[in-house]
Design a protein around this ligand. Structure first.
Ligand SMILES: CC(C)[C@H](C(=O)O)[C@@H](O)C(=O)O
Ligand code: SF4
Length: 475
């Protein structure tokens, strides 16, 4: 069979059996766990007197509840302390590796897996977290799972799943000035809708995707779920292998790398692979994107006017009206100039080293607007440490940004970092739902990390192309 996609190949390779339900039992190569969704699943195992079947395929981190300022224990918040203690106990009992904050390896689960080389091409990767498709950037088949599925994976190392259709999303051309991976995925979701991907796995392809580094590919795969697709991937190539060769998994074991590479090469989609659907977008025509509403699909280019609800498809009009009321924007206005109170550079979408480096080129030698509370929250302790060594921390703090410890932070109001009242936030995260950043009246504008930097400096949503990039002084 020569017409198969990566999805078909990785699926077949991990299929254990067909279940009477019509589902396939899939073997799981990597199970990532965090403090929010795993405790209940461990509880279910205990009730049934079961043990973790493959602790060596499981890896834990703590991210959602971890305070990003004072991390001394016990944590100030009782619920956070309880979740952390429970995770500690569960991993100790089961013998699961845990990137806890004392290791220097802790961070957001979707940053930690790739940077440690846990995530590899051709693997099945699952996590009780909807943004697990991030790992698909490596050519892994990666998807978020619910609590009962976490239980199943803990107990059996496998999962029951229905096969999805595959949609190839081809981004052609060369991305223009100021345009980043984040803008590509916001444009995709705008075009196909927040539920356009339901029932599909997205294969991201085309020149514009191939020329992205791994961080950019992760930003795109990360938001697959915001477009309704539980999984999204990019075929592995030289960029992927370069990244992997420097991770813990392979840096000291080049032989292992050479041994696995033929497998990685073999799982790429064939050039004559058959897709259930193909969508093409001209990457060269994109500009930096910003959201005007309360779903990631409600986005426009920075120079475009906010649409009138009556010009949208009927099914979207009511949500658009409510969103515009919440965001206090009017049809015909532009987001350029929208006042922001907070700038958040963080999250599993955009808090990797490249994101911080690129944003630092905008921030260097400039000052955060006096009315803006700006913060940088590195995606992991490793990102943080390297950024500090490189002098990026100084660039940001001298400009007036807060420099915090790794975690989900203000992406989601599950820790101390939250919006207050009706604050508006320029955010490099992935969800702008009402209440997402902790305050029910808070207003979130999604954008790429350099655009967040620009908004922090100006105090309003701004086209980053108007700000000249500067060399970042080396530490
Ligand atoms: C808390 C967790 C289960 C949740 C998710 O599934 O994605 C969170 O990470 C999010 O981004 O909303
Ligand atoms: S950073 Fe945000 S999107 Fe990512 S795992 Fe944490 S809460 Fe979810």
């Amino acid at each position: 069979m020569s017409d198969r996609t990566l999805y078909d190949k990785v699926w077949d390779r991990h299929a254990v059996t067909e279940l009477p339900t019509g589902q396939t039992q899939l073997f799981v190569g990597l199970h990532l766990i965090h403090e929010v969704t795993s405790p209940q699943a461990f509880g279910m195992l205990r009730e049934r007197d079961l043990e973790v079947a493959y602790p060596e395929h499981t890896h834990a981190t703590v991210d959602h509840i971890v305070p990003t300022a004072d991390q001394s224990r016990p944590y100030g918040d009782d619920a956070a302390e309880e979740m952390m203690s429970e995770l500690e106990e569960n991993v100790r009992e089961a013998g699961i590796d845990f990137s806890d904050p004392t290791t220097g390896d802790q961070g957001i689960v979707h940053v930690v897996g790739p940077e440690q080389g846990l995530t590899q091409p051709g693997m099945t990767v699952v996590c009780g977290d909807s943004h697990t498709a991030t790992h698909g950037a490596f050519g892994a088949l990666a998807f978020g799972i619910g609590t009962s599925q976490i239980r199943d994976v803990l107990a059996t190392g496998s999962i029951a799943m229905e096969k999805q259709q595959v949609r190839k999303i081809e981004i052609t051309g060369e991305l223009g000035a100021g345009v980043e991976a984040k803008d590509v995925i916001l444009a995709i979701i705008r075009k196909l809708g927040t539920d356009g991907g339901v029932g599909y796995v997205y294969e991201y392809a085309g020149d514009a995707i191939e020329s992205l580094g791994m961080e950019g590919r992760m930003s795109i795969c990360n938001m697959s779920i915001e477009g309704g697709a539980r999984a999204g991937y990019v075929n592995p190539d030289a960029t992927t292998y370069d990244w992997l060769s420097e991770t813990d998994a392979f840096a000291d074991d080049p032989e292992k790398f050479e041994r696995l590479k033929p497998y990685w090469e073999s799982i790429r989609s064939e050039s004559d692979a058959e897709y259930d659907d193909v969508v093409t977008i001209d990457g060269g025509a994109l500009e930096p994107m910003v959201t005007w509403g309360t779903t990631p699909g409600q986005g426009i280019g920075i120079s475009e006017p906010i649409p009138a609800p009556e010009d949208l498809p009927e099914s979207e009009r009511d949500t658009a009206r409510r969103a515009q009321e919440h965001m206090r924007v009017e049809p015909g206005d532009r987001m350029d100039g929208y006042e922001v109170d907070v700038a958040f550079l963080g999250s599993c979408t955009n808090a990797r080293l490249t994101d911080l480096r690129r944003a630092a080129r905008i921030v260097t030698g400039r000052e955060v607007h006096p009315d803006v509370r700006a913060m940088v929250v590195p995606g992991s302790q490793r990102v943080q440490a390297t950024a500090e060594e490189e002098g990026l921390q100084d660039v940001f703090t001298e400009a007036g940004f807060e420099w915090r410890n790794a975690g989900c932070s203000m992406c989601l109001g599950m820790n101390e970092d939250q919006l207050e009242g009706d604050e508006a936030c320029a955010s490099s995260s992935n969800r702008n739902f009402v209440g997402r950043q902790g305050s029910k009246d808070g207003r979130t504008v999604l954008m790429n990390p350099r655009m967040v930097a620009a908004a922090a400096l100006k105090g309003t949503v701004t086209d980053v192309c108007e700000i000249e990039e500067r060399e970042v002084p080396t530490a």
